[in-house]
Write a protein that binds this ligand. Structure first.
Ligand code: ZN
Length: 435
């Protein structure tokens, strides 16, 4: 089955369950912008798709940045004066400040407190904190646990390394008829956080799995990269490939129950911006479309003025706008199989629009051709039949070689599916040819 041509026949319930299972496997892994957590995550993805794992050495200059030292961690804990482990990284990867330098010593509570991060407003949750570019160590914990810590001497151990190594990412290129490329990018640098990280990874992995089997007009490049420094590193080393990107999406926050949000590319009116808007409108579900903002995920780099790629970001609830964001509550209960499934369906819907959107030329442009004698006059009566007829007439009227199917869907306020179906029927009847 070709998922790009046949919109039915995919079992999204099953796919939702499989994506959730992938997120569940990857959830405990302590990912960061470098290190074995990223490699182990990519190994899991390689069971589904034939990813290439690529690396660049620490110290490499990438535009205005430098690839950092590689961070790895084996253990981290804090023992109270009675020798009990009151904080333990082995229980949750969020407990350690990401990129913490090694430490092993004893100190009074007052000194330890300077290295502890909590959320007083959400006292039962563990926050997510990083310190990539300043050498520090620290722990993250529930505010309620912090309040219960007794005075006395604590033993602190972080068994980590921060040494020259590599930055790692996963890349999958699926060649199509054209070298023009659709870019799909997900960040892989967050530790045990399900919506902000694993949902985008899972949806992109399964989209890649479906597209690998399809007959593709465009080429597709999937990037599973550490946020910011990963996309900067990729763009610095792949200028030629970046220039082939015609459309792109940054995927994240795709597993919660919230409505879809689309953040436009810097261009604002690129084909990807219009295709996503159309797919969301056609879904009939509530959704929001927002303008570009030079903040957020890796669209910041893809849309920097030197590249200005047509890359937007399609999410459910955007980052920072749900209470579980960057806390231990962004877990596998927040992310549900059915939400992942609908997200995959929307991404596939966008790809279908991009693949099929073209300009056609009406071969009988002088007055309306007779639909009845070509078997195109709708056999069903009533409103449904009238809509089918209207779609045929719109496509015939607008197909002067200048207007794409997406243009016609927008102008007619009909769904893209209706317009596409009409165009296919007209082609089969010999009334249209690609412009
Ligand atoms: Zn994040």
């Amino acid at each position: 089955m070709d998922v790009l041509r046949d919109p039915n026949g995919l079992d999204f319930d099953r796919l939702g369950g499989e994506m959730h299972a992938l997120a569940r496997e990857a959830y405990p892994i302590c990912r960061s912008i470098t290190g074995d957590g990223v490699r182990r995550t990519l190994d899991l993805l390689r069971r589904h798709v034939d990813l290439e794992v690529r690396e660049v050495a620490s110290g490499t200059e990438v535009f205005d940045w430098t690839v950092p030292a590689e961070w790895n961690i084996r253990a981290a804990w804090v023992k109270n004066p009675r020798g009990e482990r009151v904080i333990d990284f082995s229980r949750h990867s969020l407990h350690v400040l990401s990129y913490s330098v090694p430490v092993h010593r004893k100190m009074p509570l007052a000194e330890l407190r300077e290295h502890l991060f909590t959320l007083p407003e959400q006292p039962d949750l563990v926050p997510y904190r990083t310190s990539y570019y300043q050498e520090r160590w620290g722990f993250c914990l529930e505010h309620r646990v912090l309040e219960g810590l007794e005075e006395g001497e604590y033993e602190v151990k972080i068994d980590s390394t921060l040494e020259p190594g590599h930055l790692t990412w996963g890349e999958l290129f699926l060649p199509g008829e054209s070298e023009q490329t659709v870019l799909l990018s997900a960040h892989v640098c967050h530790p045990s956080l399900a919506n902000d990280n694993l949902s985008g990874i899972a949806v992109c992995t399964f989209l890649a799995k479906l597209l690998a089997e399809a007959k593709r007009r465009y080429s597709y490049r999937f990037l599973f990269i550490p946020g910011t420094i990963g996309s900067i590193t990729w763009l610095a080393g792949n200028g030629e490939q970046a220039r082939q990107v015609r459309h792109g999406l940054v995927a994240a926050n795709l597993g919660d129950a919230g409505a879809f949000h689309y953040k436009r590319s810097r261009r604002g009116d690129a084909e990807i911006d219009r295709a996503v808007a159309r797919v969301l409108a056609d879904s009939g579900e509530p959704h929001e479309i927002e303008d570009f903002l030079p903040f957020g995920y890796d669209e910041r780099q893809y849309c920097s003025p030197g590249f200005d790629l047509a890359v937007g970001s399609l999410t459910r609830t955007p980052w920072g706008r749900y209470p579980q964001y960057h806390t231990s509550a962004d877990d596998l209960d927040l992310v549900r199989p059915e939400h992942l499934a609908t997200s995959l369906e929307r991404y596939l819907g966008v790809v279908r629009v991009l693949e099929s959107n073209r300009r056609y030329r009406n071969l009988q442009p002088h007055c309306e051709p007779q639909l009845g004698k070509r078997g195109l006059y709708p056999s069903i009566g009533g409103a449904a039949g009238q809509r089918k007829q209207l779609a045929l007439l719109w496509v015939l009227n607008q197909s002067d070689g200048e207007h794409s199917l997406l243009d016609i869907a927008e102008r007619s306020a009909m769904s893209y599916g209706e317009i596409l179906e009409a165009a296919q029927a007209l082609r089969e009847a010999g009334l249209l040819e690609p412009a």
